[in-house]
Design a protein around this ligand. Structure first.
Ligand code: ATP
Ligand code: LTN
Length: 336
C-alpha cells in the first residue's frame, strides 16, 4: 500500500430512489458529480429502495428498477471498485437505526418538511407513516456511515438539516457517536428543467414522457423530444434565466459539449431556434449514446450486477454494523 492510500479520505453518501428510469437531470445534478467525487472521497452510493415504497410500487417493477438504477449508476461512471455501491434494503442497519432515531424526532420536525407537505397534499390516501418519517430513514442512511458530506439537490437540504439535528441530539444526549454531516449542493446550472414546462424540474415520475430525456432514450427519440421542446417567444439564443425554455436547452448543450454559455451564445449568434434545437439534439444524443450502450451491456449481465451489489452490501454492512452497535449500547440495549 502506498502512503497516499493510507490517508483516510472524507466520506460521502448519497442515494436515488428506484422509482423510474433515470433522466439526464440525474446525470447533470447527481451522477456526474458523484463520479468526479470518487477521486477525493470515500463514496457510498445507494439505491434507496426502502424510500421507494413510501409510494405504492408494483413488486416486479421495483425489482427491475432497482437493477436498472444500479446498472445506470455504473454506466454513468460510478466505479464499484472504488465506491461502495449497494441496495439500501440489503443493509438492515438502516431500518434498525431509523427506529432509534424516530424515538428522538419530534412530530413537528417531520410535519414541517416541505416534501412531506407537497406529497401529502397531492393525494390524501397516499399519506402513510413511512412518507412522514422518510427524513428519519434518510438521516439513518447518512449517519450510519459517518458521512462528512452529502451531495444532494436543493430540494433535499431540509432533510439534511434534520440529519444534522439528530446527530447533534444523539451526541449530546449520550456521547459523541455521529459525525455531523455537511450538505454538498452542486453549483446552479446543473438543474435540468422539463422540456414541456421549463418552470418545473425534469422528473422521472413525470406523466408526460416528452418532457423528459431518459438515459435509455435512443438518438432519434432524444432528437425528437428536443425538437418539440417548448421555447419562449423571441428568437435569440441568449442565456437569460428568465427565458426558461432556451436557458434549459443552453444548459443541455453546455452539459453535452462542455462549451461555456458565452461560447454557445457566440456560436449561435444570428441563428434561429430551429438550427439551435437541431444542434442540441445531436449533441445530447451523442453524449448519452455511450452511457446507454454501457447500460445495455451491463443490464444484460445480471450475474455481474448481482455480484457487484452483494459485495457492496457486505462492505456497507461492515461500516453500518459498527455504528449501530455503538448506538444500541449507548441507548441501553443489552448485548450478551
Ligand atoms: P421523483 O420524480 O421520483 O420524485 P426525481 O426524478 O425528481 O424523483 P430524485 O430521485 O428525487 O428525482 O432525485 C435524486 C437526486 O437527483 C436529487 O437529489 C437531485 O439532486 C437529482 N436530480 C433529479 N432530477 C434532477 C434534475 N432535473 N436536475 C438536476 N438534478 C436532478
Ligand atoms: N431522498 C433522496 C434519496 C436519498 C438520499 C439518502 C440522498 C435517500 N437516502 C441519503 C442522500 C442521502 C432523494 O434525493 N430523493
Amino acid at each position: 500500500m502506498t502512503e497516499n492510500e493510507n490517508i483516510k479520505k472524507p466520506v460521502i453518501l448519497s442515494g436515488i430512489t428506484p422509482t423510474g428510469i433515470l433522466t439526464i437531470g440525474h446525470l447533470a445534478g447527481a451522477l456526474k458529480n458523484w463520479s468526479q467525487m470518487q477521486n477525493d472521497f470515500d463514496c457510498y452510493y445507494m439505491i434507496a429502495d426502502l424510500h421507494a415504497i413510501t409510494a405504492r410500487q408494483k413488486p416486479a417493477d421495483l425489482r427491475l428498477r432497482t437493477l436498472d438504477t444500479a446498472a445506470m449508476f455504473i454506466a454513468c461512471g460510478i466505479d464499484p471498485e472504488r465506491s461502495v455501491l449497494f441496495i439500501q434494503s440489503h443493509v438492515p442497519e438502516h431500518t434498525q437505526l431509523t427506529w432509534v432515531l424516530s424515538c428522538l424526532t419530534g412530530m413537528g420536525e417531520c410535519s414541517r418538511m416541505t416534501q412531506f407537505k407537497d406529497k401529502s397534499q397531492k393525494s390524501e390516501e397516499s399519506v402513510n407513516v413511512g412518507l412522514f418519517s422518510y427524513p428519519v430513514l434518510m438521516a439513518s442512511d447518512i449517519l450510519l456511515y459517518q458521512a462528512d458530506a452529502v451531495p444532494v439537490g436543493e430540494d433535499q437540504k431540509q432533510h439534511l438539516e434534520l440529519s444534522r439535528d439528530l446527530a447533534n441530539r444523539f451526541n449530546n444526549l449520550y456521547s459523541p457517536t455521529f459525525k455531523v454531516p455537511e450538505p454538498y449542493i452542486p453549483k446552479i446550472g446543473a438543474r435540468i428543467m422539463s422540456l414541456q414546462d421549463p418552470s418545473k424540474k425534469m422528473s422521472k415520475s413525470d406523466d408526460n414522457q416528452s418532457s423528459v430525456i431518459y438515459l435509455t432514450d435512443t438518438d432519434e427519440v432524444i432528437k425528437n423530444k428536443i425538437k418539440r421542446a417548448v421555447t419562449d417567444s423571441g428568437s435569440d439564443i441568449k442565456a437569460n434565466p428568465e427565458k426558461q425554455g432556451i436557458y434549459n436547452l443552453i444548459t443541455l448543450y453546455h452539459l453535452s459539449t462542455g462549451k461555456s454559455f458565452e461560447e454557445i451564445e457566440i456560436e449561435f449568434e444570428g441563428k434561429g431556434y430551429g438550427e439551435f434545437k437541431a444542434a442540441v439534439g445531436n449533441a445530447v444524443a451523442g453524449f448519452i449514446r455511450p452511457l446507454r450502450e454501457k447500460y445495455e451491456q451491463l443490464r444484460h449481465d445480471d450475474k455481474l450486477l448481482k455480484e457487484i451489489l452483494m459485495t457492496g452490501a457486505e462492505k456497507a454492512g461492515r461500516t453500518a454494523a459498527k455504528t449501530l452497535s455503538k448506538v444500541y449500547k449507548k441507548t441501553g440495549f443489552l448485548s450478551f
